[in-house]
Write a protein that binds this ligand. Sequence first.
Ligand code: EPU
Length: 421
Amino acid sequence: MDRIVIEGGVPLRGEVVVSGSKNSTLPILAATLMTSEPCVIRHVPDLSDVRFMLDIIRYLGAEVTQPDKNTVRIHAARLQGVAPYDLVRKMRASVCLLGPLVVRLKSCRVSIPGGCVIGPRPIDLHIKGLNALGAGLTLEEGYVVAHAQGLKGTRVGMGGRYGSTVLGTANVMMAACLAEGMTVIENAAIEPELLDLADFLNAMGARVSGHGTATIVVEGTGKLHGADYRVIPDRMEAGTFLAAAAITRGDVLVKQIMPGHVLAVNRVLEEAGFDLTSGPDWVRLRTVGETRAQDVVTNPYPGFPTDMQAQMMALMCVTPGASVFTERVFPDRFMHVSELQRMGAQIEMEGATAVVKGVDHLSAAPVMASDLRASAALMLAGLVARGKTEIRRVYHIDRGYEHIDDKLRALGARIQRVRET
Ligand code: EPU
């Protein structure tokens, strides 16, 4: 298992290019299974989560080729509908295969991914949505077993206790494309990754409208065709580099992004005293004067993203003043707290709230990555900690950040990957 060693203390400087969005790519790859024609997906990030998804897609019977490391060609001429636990357990996002498989094959068995360190991951809303379209979904021996004889358009709500479900909305939107008649999805999630999925579906000949608003309308069509599509930039990677620039009190231009997608993160950084400027496809963060702590409340888009909570907490650990972090999407998503504390952070937990008091400095320590965003937070902490921070289990980072160590090194960070066989 690889380790990453970071010697803190260098302000990051320079420019960094952001890769394609992981959370757009995964459902878009699943959607390619809805046609028997080939699809080409470009700007695909080279990540282990993407490789896991491609492994499952191959297992299901599709032909997968990669003309280059960021382009994937999928041809699902024939498919079988069983996705076993051994493949699915590696990545919870594989639940978004349910919609495409049920509508293409009329029956499928997809293993239930189960909970993870960021908390329980129920799929009741996915099931409710697909059931409303007429698929009979039951849970049997750890699998979702689906049977559908012709799905029919309907009106269905995707809101839950913690907001609208992103992949649940994706599943229903995909299945509705090949259902008969019109489907109206209410309380739909409006994350940019869902817009990207809808744009891809429309490129395949689907009739989706209203995406990006809480009401998505899908006119079912009999058949989808192949498409050639480019995935949007990863807003979480962009936000993470902005936080990395901020925590090291550096000056970094983050480019090839969609600045409108990182507004909530930028707002917190600006209120914390950092200087942000932006152009059509870039944002630059500079440190000019005093900085101050800011409260953070995570919410579905366009609120502050839960996928940036850990990284922003790392920043507030070394920002003067106190900040309160409230997690409204995944209330248990605080695995990074105990590792940050081991580096000298002052954080007190109370339920789904963390109170952070900025300290003068963090100290390097051996730490353990526990999930993707928690690992990113530990990397940021390592960039400013005194001494050498060693992060273990970095495969979590590789699930969602393309070559992050190389990109940080190019910005001046003293970072090394120690490969172990
Ligand atoms: N929820 C339910 N029932 C459901 C589905 C979800 O109660 O049937 C709850 C969840 O437990 C959670 C909330 O609703 O409290 C939101 O979950 P959602 O379904 O929106 O999450 P997801 O679609 O499974 C995606 C991202 C996550 C990101 C969340 C929230 C992908 C592949 N994953 O997950 O990304 O945190 O939306 O924005 O798109 C990450 O990239 O690190 C990551 C975890």
